[in-house]
Design a protein around this ligand. Structure first.
Ligand code: IPE
Ligand code: IPE
Ligand code: MG
Length: 257
């Protein structure tokens, strides 16, 4: 038994034996700064290393059939960081977009940006708009990049829109249903995330997709994002395969009672 267990644990994780694939995977890419600190490097080196992991993550999603991938890159709260770090990150987003979007387009990835435009530079906004336009018709994978994103501000903006619609008699207060609300979020038309991965050791959501993740499976890891490679993503996908999602029903039930 001991031997069998050992053999079993040594079997390399493969994308082939994932029995249940999340339709929508979300990742809070955390731990870049600490990864760098541990190596005596500046935090910026951690952000650069973190960016390297993105390509690999997209590749796995294409390989296993994840259809929506949401990556948390910069939160509405991250403006509180030192201006040098914020500027470095904005510059990194611009540079990465210039290089990566063409490759994503080749792989039929549709790129979307979720979050508020306010506060971002005109150059970055232009690149974001161009990337969205270029990749609009792609259907292999939808990649949502969350920049200047916060779940609370998203909910507030949706509420303002709904209220405006009520005031203009376009809908009644009763017309504010869960689906009407969902349709006003940045992720409108997309399924809710099935799995949320957070590396970096913290067990919190940090304002990520707070409406959409009501029933999302959560996977935490102590590894820092720059160390969260292919094997780690596969491990998280295997974890997800084994979850029974009940959505309030009883175990094994197929239908609403
Ligand atoms: C995540 O890594 C990237 C961003 C929030 C932009 P951090 O920069 O938060 O790294 P830690 O958590 O300080 O290690
Ligand atoms: C969450 O990480 C935001 C991103 C990864 C973009 P943070 O490092 O900002 O989260 P907190 O501050 O530790 O909650
Ligand atoms: Mg962090």
């Amino acid at each position: 038994m001991g031997l069998f267990k050992k053999w079993f644990q040594d079997v390399p994780l493969s994308s082939q034996n994932i029995t249940k694939v999340p339709l929508h995977l979300a990742i809070i890419m955390d731990g870049n700064g600490r990864w760098a600190g541990k190596r005596g490097l500046p935090r910026s080196a951690g952000h650069r290393a973190g960016m390297e992991r993105v390509r690999e993550t997209v590749e796995i999603c294409l390989e296993v059939g994840v259809k929506y991938l949401t990556l948390y890159a910069f939160s509405t709260e991250n403006w509180r960081r030192p201006v040098e770090e914020v500027n470095f990150l904005m510059d990194l987003f611009e540079k990465s977009m210039k290089v990566e979007v063409a490759k994503l387009h080749q792989h039929k990835v549709r790129v979307r940006f979720i979050g508020l435009r306010h506060g971002l530079s005109p150059t970055l906004i232009k690149l974001m708009d161009e990337s969205q336009e270029l990749t609009e018709a792609n259907d292999a994978l939808t990649l949502n990049i969350a920049i200047n994103y916060g779940g609370r501000s998203e909910i507030v903006v949706a509420t303002q829109e709904l209220l405006r619609a009520v005031v203009n008699h376009e809908i009644t207060p009763e017309g504010i249903t869960e689906s009407a609300f969902s349709n006003r979020l940045f992720t409108s038309g997309q399924p809710d995330p099935d799995l949320l991965i957070r590396p970096g050791g913290e067990h919190r959501i940090s304002n990520m997709l707070i409406w959409q993740s009501a029933y999302t499976e959560l996977y935490f890891s102590d590894l820092f994002w720059p160390d969260f490679g292919r094997e780690q993503i596969l491990k998280a996908l295997h974890y997800y395969s084994k979850r029974e999602r009940r959505f309030g029903r009883v175990e094994g039930a197929q239908h609403d009672a």
